[in-house]
Write a protein that binds this ligand. Structure first.
Ligand code: PLP
Length: 385
């Protein structure tokens, strides 16, 4: 079976982890600082805060912005459940903005319509979480302009998009947002096994994130009530968590980060090859908006069931039977049973639902060879004929 995604671990990665194992530090130590600084520099952001996974990153990003009971947070329905769950952890009310049928990212015109309506009924969101689906940046400039007009904060869920370009910068530079979150789960572009990072340009958010990932504890005298108890002294000044990344993971992340340009270049080359080889088939290949270049975490095609004369389900089953580990991403979050309990139902996000009905993600990862990709394309042609 050719999987839809997989990690690439080389000897340098193994050596980097082994070195930490033999060192004095296992959990949060000097490798964390190095990984944070290197990723912040790569992306062009001022600060980076490493945590145990992107779900935790999204949670403390919401908390750092003061999200709590009575607040409203909006995200995309076409995402992993974590993009929405983070708001619920904080006791906030979650809402969704339908997607653009071309990019499958949050639609700016739907966002604007929804904001206008929310202002009329006094229910504006405190935070909007755009998700860079499949590795392509949302239209952040437009979303940022709306944030100025309607007074909301922005957390980019860039779990798919480390290494992506947007305008003349990198995704993660936070030029149009308060914070950006990355995931380093093994199916993503670079991995620390489990892991996540929050980037920001705002020092006060960085301080809050560092505290929240470690129990809400500070050792900074300026932030403490009692300044001269002694060198052992620390204070918990708010309720935080243990969301720390280990030094083992940070060493792996730092080693992987050196290969990120190579990872992204290969993914882009494979995507261009798919585009060329799949042309003319009854499916839609991913659209690249002119304002950026995707990092291609995923290569989602949309099966045109009418033109194909076959259902998405039949094509999917056929591909699996041919040894191609395709996947379907994403089931619209509001249609999950736990979200239906909140009152969400079919028909509320028609574009996300239409996309989901035809979606299949084809295998795409750094070590996928041209020959394996040819095999995938042959299987797709077979499954569609
Ligand atoms: C993977 C993913 C997450 C969660 O990442 P973890 O590191 O597994 O917690 C959040 N949002 C999106 C869009 C994802 O794809």
């Amino acid at each position: 079976m050719i999987p839809y995604g997989r990690q690439s671990i080389d000897d340098d990665d193994v050596r980097a982890v082994e070195e930490v194992l033999r060192s004095d530090w296992l959990t949060q130590g000097p490798a964390i600082d190095r990984f944070e600084q290197a990723l912040a520099e790569y992306c062009g952001a001022a600060y980076a805060v490493a945590v145990c996974n992107a779900t935790a990153a999204l949670h403390i990003a919401c908390l750092a912005l003061g999200v709590g009971e009575g607040d409203i947070v909006w995200t995309s329905p076409n995402t992993f459940v974590a993009s929405a769950n983070c708001a619920r952890y904080c006791g906030a009310t979650i809402g969704f903005v339908d997607i653009d049928p071309r990019t499958y990212n949050m639609s700016v015109s739907s966002l604007e319509d929804q904001l206008r309506h929310a202002r009329a009924v006094n229910a504006l969101p405190k935070v909007v979480i755009p998700v860079h689906f499949a590795g392509q940046s949302c239209d952040m400039q437009a979303i940022h302009a709306l944030s100025q007009e309607y007074g909301f904060r922005i957390i980019e869920d860039a779990s798919h998009a480390v290494g992506a370009d947007y305008l003349d910068g990198k995704v993660g530079d936070c030029r149009y947002s308060d914070m950006t979150v990355f995931s380093f789960h093994p199916v993503k572009i670079l991995t620390t096994a489990e892991g996540g990072m929050v980037l920001t340009n705002r020092p006060e958010l960085c301080d809050a994130l560092r505290r929240l990932r470690s129990h809400g504890i500070t050792r900074d005298p300026a932030a403490m009530e009692k300044k001269d108890e002694g060198p052992w002294y620390y204070e918990q000044i708010e309720l935080g968590y243990n969301y720390r990344m280990t030094d083992l993971q940070a060493a792996l992340g730092l080693s992987q980060l050196r290969r990120l340009p190579e990872f992204v270049a290969r993914r882009r080359a494979l995507a261009r090859r798919y585009d060329a080889m799949l042309a003319g088939l009854p499916l839609r290949t991913p659209y690249q908006a002119p304002d950026g270049v995707s990092a291609f975490h995923l290569y989602p095609v949309w099966i045109d069931e009418e033109k194909a004369g076959r259902s998405r389900r039949a094509v999917f089953d056929d591909l699996r039977a041919r040894g191609i580990g395709v996947n379907v991403l994403y089931i619209p979050v509001p249609l999950q049973p736990d979200y239906r309990k909140l009152g969400f139902a079919e028909g509320q996000f028609p574009e996300a639902e239409r996309y989901y009905r035809g979606a299949i993600s084809l295998p795409l990862y750094f070590s996928l060879s041209d020959e394996q990709q040819d095999q995938v394309v042959a299987a797709v042609k077979g499954a569609l004929s």
